[in-house]
Write a protein that binds this ligand. Structure first.
Ligand code: GDP
Length: 457
């Protein structure tokens, strides 16, 4: 793909979702956006108008001059626009037919239909946002829970990028000092205080490990928490499933790019998506209790799930299940059901950290159960202001960055010289740069050297 000639094109696309709406928007972006709009817009001449202004008029077909629609046009002159280029947004009536006609008019006048993600790609190439932010735009558009939206918004606002930029600055500073030693290698000087550097590396390591840990949560936010309800026949699994779903049945949607065997029932607890797996098994099982769900299938579900609700009938406790659930104890909540039939123990049960007493049939303790589910998975992490890594590419780069930091650490313990250390430092910087899309490390290092030390003044 020839990126440069691509960038010279002025692109056009319908920016609003397909279907009928009160308003539909066509967005033009590129050097000729305003000139192209002028060719099809009858109203004020747009090329004479200041940026961030709105104009009423008509779109005319360039072919026969017929009126296509009555519209409002919004003008953004670069660089103060989403893409950083001149942008014209044409708001017409939201009929797919009319919008298509406006698109045809725009392309006849010289615009090219935009490719997927091309506006955001241009915003990145024009320095309006970094790669992590561009990826957040995609996440935001795909968000279907509040937690997803929050994580994406935080990333879009640059919280995560800000963290990375700070890490990067610290490392570049040090790289500059180490590289400076290379220029004076004959004189056996150490500009870079090794003790200070060790502190810096351990500080960086703890920050990176915080980000790496947040990925578990990020993953939860992005993909939801898989939940298996396990219990012997008659424990009340389908009753519990119904009471959970009846209250807060979430909208089930297929998220592009994720593969799921089946569409699962989902539950939204405080903005986090919980996916109840194998609900068909539980449901189907009500007609064919004993046979349809074997212990093997339950075990597989338990293994796959991030969270297990082990449902036990207080009037008929079983130990057979408990044994094989043992390895999963950290992700299991023992739910004692049917406490309406045996009140006496329920408060004692609910005091235990990993157990809770409910009555699925009478809808008692369900709120507390949901709270427990949320706490077990999310804990305090989501309440912090810290950045949450939701993107596998970022996670991967951070892992490699961590490796490089370990190597630097080991290198210093072994008393490596600056030139060898600098290889690992560059590697760490490279992976950091991969996340935000800025890997021109050399120029930065030189810039810092010259900026700070005025060599060759
Ligand atoms: P499953 O086999 O685990 O799916 O269990 P079901 O949900 O089909 O429930 C089995 C029986 O227990 C049904 O008759 C339910 O009405 C009853 N049951 C479920 N939860 C409760 C409860 O909290 N209290 C009482 N008393 N009965 C319950």
């Amino acid at each position: 793909m020839n990126m440069l000639s691509d960038l010279q094109d002025t692109i056009a696309a319908i920016a609003t979702p397909p279907g009928i709406g009160a308003i539909g928007v066509i967005r033009l972006s590129g050097a000729d956006a305003i000139a192209i709009a002028d060719k099809i817009f009858k109203g004020r001449k747009l090329s004479g108008q200041p940026t961030h202004t709105v104009h009423f008029g008509h779109i005319l077909s360039p072919g026969n001059g017929a009126i296509v629609d009555e519209v409002v046009v919004t003008l953004f002159r670069g660089p103060k626009s989403y893409t950083g280029e001149d942008v014209v947004e044409i708001s017409g009536h939201g009929s797919p037919f009319i919008l298509q006609k406006i698109m045809e008019a725009a392309t006849e006048a010289g615009a090219r239909p935009a490719k997927a993600g091309e506006y955001t790609q241009r915003a990145f190439l024009n320095g309006k946002m970094d790669l992590a932010q561009a990826e957040a735009v995609a996440d935001l558009i795909a968000a279907d829970s509040q937690a997803q939206q929050q994580a994406a918004l935080q990333q879009l606002r640059g919280g995560f990028s800000g963290d990375l930029a700070r890490l990067r600055d610290q490392l570049i500073n040090f790289a500059a000092l180490i590289e400076l030693e290379l220029d004076f290698s004959d004189e056996d000087v150490e500009f870079a205080d090794r003790e200070q550097f060790r502190d810096l590396i351990s500080h960086l390591k703890s920050q990176i490990s915080g980000l790496l840990n947040s990925f578990r949560l990020g993953n939860v936010i992005k993909n939801g928490v898989s939940v298996a309800i396990i219990g012997k026949p008659n424990a009340g699994k389908s009753t519990l499933l119904n009471v959970l779903l009846n209250e807060e049945r979430a909208i089930v949607s297929e998220i592009a790019g994720t593969t799921r065997d089946t569409i699962e029932e989902t539950l939204n607890i405080q903005g986090v998506l919980f996916r109840l797996i194998d609900t068909a098994g539980i449901r189907q099982h009500t007609t064919d209790r004993i046979e349809s769900i074997g212990i093997e299938r339950s075990r597989q579900n338990a293994e796959k799930a991030s969270l297990i609700l082990h449902l036990v009938d207080v009037t008929d406790p079983d130990t057979s299940v408990i044994e094989w659930l043992e390895p999963f104890v950290d992700k299991t909540i023992t739910v004692w059901n049917k406490t309406d039939r045996e009140e006496s123990h329920s408060s004692a049960i609910s005091d235990q950290r990993s157990a809770i007493a409910i009555s699925a049939k009478k809808n008692i303790g369900i709120e507390a159960l949901k709270h427990r589910m949320y706490e077990l998975v999310i804990g305090d992490t989501i309440k912090t202001e810290n950045s949450i890594v939701t993107n596998a590419r970022h996670y991967d780069a951070l892992l490699k960055m961590m490796d490089s930091l370990e190597a630097i650490d080991a290198g210093m313990s072994a008393g490596l010289t600056g030139d060898l250390l600098s290889i690992d430092i560059r590697r760490a910087l490279h992976y950091l740069g991969e996340i935000t899309g800025q890997v021109e490390v050399d120029r930065d290092i030189l810039g810092t050297i010259f900026g700070k030390f005025c060599i060759g003044k």
